[in-house]
Design a protein around this ligand. Structure first.
Ligand code: FAD
Length: 508
């Protein structure tokens, strides 16, 4: 058994990673664990990637308060962590009088929440700003502080910054149960052994209910996974007039199917919102695609199915925590608390949308809760909030690219042609402070394999690079961890041992 941690965080999604990052400013011994092979493989890896303005949540709820606070935090955070963020603003569009009345309610809610700059605009003004909007739009709610983020980059960057500042990270480590003495948590039992600690932060996303139940907390609280399916359009084929976010008027099912730009230059259409039985069921269904396509093409009739290059689904951790208005199903609130019934647990639960947006503010709340519980949190003199991003070849100008290649010729070899990702970037991610050791981990960090060919060109080369850098056989390289190998046996009897990555890259 290792010596005692001050805090163990269960779950390295955006909430756990941000919590680790903010806790790393104090003299605390912190351990961040996740059951998966990388950070950010849960809900944080499959969502709309929006930094919501904050008009949607009911006033006074944790959702509303953390959303609004986080919108203030994101500009500085994106600078400090070296991650992209575009405050492009968003629109909620109405097409009939009933929807216009609903927009009024949303507007009032936005005012009550303190959302800066929101305004109701006419259908004409909406069409001027985005001519591709459906022609019968009669009004819209405009929120200038809505924006686009990158949950993959944000989770990795927050976790890296935490690790830089002394947080320990253990992946492939599943929480199993609590060590307890009387009513006090004294540690966690995991698939990798026992870890004593004074505090546990439950940031387990879809499994947060199981974690709190293991401590005897809120036995009535259950998370029902609510799936959202999406399609991505080829950036070469379709763009909105300018980067923006278009929502329909929300319904009792949620915010509705949006059409929005992404920070990577594509247009995204989705999500729907359907309860599913399994917390692992991220299947994309024919009916689901039809549902989102019908919603998306109503909002922006110019989208065409021919432009779809990818589809995916994510699962919302929808809980049944009480809300001021239980009639509105999607407005169940976040749980952010230190429960009375047990000592040593900061309990987070039901962190569905806007959980990506709110994550930094949830992390701040965790700190306030710890202080409120009597923790003396002493700041480190040498805390470094800045995490320097690694070079992204396609974002550099010609001179910068040439300098990079002169320094390391691997930056001169393009491995992913659709997204222009170089071998140098891939190798750098494999050797980063949180090493990317699977194909999907590299995809989330570099954006390789996300273009029109969806990995058809780069995948064999990336497998070869991973094998070389990790010193393993290509058959051992996985897509996303144990059990997801690409290759099972050699089909040709050739001596591979002398082949290098360069041999696999055609000369251009
Ligand atoms: C379809 C959809 C659209 C969304 N759109 C938006 C949006 O546009 N804007 C927005 O703000 N929010 C959005 N959200 C919500 C947002 O994605 C989530 O609120 C956020 O990602 C939650 O982060 P998290 O860290 O709590 O959970 P997760 O990212 O799921 O992380 C939880 C982590 O806990 C780990 N874990 C679970 N059990 C264990 C265990 N036993 N031991 C160890 N580790 C464990 C998991 O492996 C996982 O990595 C959307 C969500 C969905 C599904």
């Amino acid at each position: 058994m290792t010596s005692t941690y001050d805090v163990i965080i269960i779950g390295a999604g955006i909430v756990g990673a941000m919590t680790a990052r903010f806790l790393s400013q104090f003299r605390l011994r912190v351990l961040l664990i996740d059951k998966d092979s990388d950070v950010g493989m849960g809900a944080s890896s499959a969502n709309s990637a929006l930094v919501h303005a904050g008009y949607d949540a009911l006033p006074g709820t944790h959702k509303a308060l953390t959303n609004l606070r986080a919108v203030e935090m994101w500009p500085r955070l994106s600078q400090d962590l070296g991650i992209p963020y575009d405050r492009c603003g968003d629109y909620v569009v109405a097409v009939n009088d009933e929807e216009l009345a609903a927009l009024q309610d949303l507007y009032q809610r936005g005012l009550a929440n303190g959302v800066p700059g929101i305004a109701l605009i006419s259908g004409e003004a909406m069409r001027q700003r985005e001519p591709l909007i459906r022609p019968d739009a009669i009004g819209a709610l405009w929120a200038p502080t809505g924006g686009m983020g990158d949950p993959f980059a944000a989770t990795v960057a927050a976790a890296e910054n935490a690790v830089m500042n002394g947080v320990e990270l253990q992946l492939n480590t599943a929480f199993e149960s609590f060590m307890m003495e009387g009513g006090t948590i004294t540690g966690v039992r995991t698939s990798r052994g026992d870890f004593p600690c004074r505090w546990v932060v439950n940031a387990a996303g879809l499994y947060a209910d199981d974690v709190m139940h293991a401590a005897g907390v809120r036995p009535e609280f259950h998370i029902r996974p609510r799936r959202g399916e999406y399609v991505i359009l080829d950036k070469a084929d379709f763009q909105l007039t300018q980067p923006t976010i278009l929502f329909p008027t929300p319904t009792e099912k949620g915010k509705g199917i949006l059409v929005a730009s992404t920070l990577h230059g594509n247009v995204i259409v989705g999500p729907n919102a359907n309860f599913v039985d399994s917390k692992e069921n991220k299947d994309v269904t024919r009916e689901g695609i039809q549902e989102i396509w019908s919603g998306g093409s109503k909002l922006v009739p110019a989208i065409s199915r021919r432009h779809i290059i990818a589809e995916f689904a994510g699962l919302r951790a929808t809980g049944n925590a009480p809300t001021p208005n239980p009639e509105i199903d999607y407005n169940q609130d976040f749980i952010i608390e230190i429960p009375d019934s047990v000592k040593g647990l900061v309990n987070l639960g039901g962190i569905e949308s806007p959980g990506f947006t709110a994550a930094p503010a949830i992390a701040e709340r965790v700190i306030e809760l710890l202080r409120g519980a009597g923790e003396h949190l002493e700041k480190k003199a040498d805390w470094n909030p800045v995490r320097t991003p690694r070079p992204v070849f396609r974002h550099l100008d010609r001179d910068e690219q040439a300098a990079l290649i002169a320094d390391d010729p691997a930056y001169g070899r393009i491995i992913c042609r659709c997204e222009n990702v170089t071998e140098g970037e891939i190798r750098a991610e494999i050797h980063a402070s949180i090493p990317a050791v699977t194909y999907d981990a590299l995809k989330r960090r570099t954006w390789l394999g996300t273009g029109r060919c969806q990995g058809g060109f780069d995948m064999p080369r990336v497998v070869a690079i991973l094998a070389e850098e990790l010193g393993v056989a290509p058959e051992a390289v996985t897509k996303k961890g144990q059990g997801s190998q690409f290759l099972f046996r050699r089909t040709k009897d050739v001596a591979h041992d002398h082949l290098s990555v360069e041999d696999l890259i055609p000369t251009m």
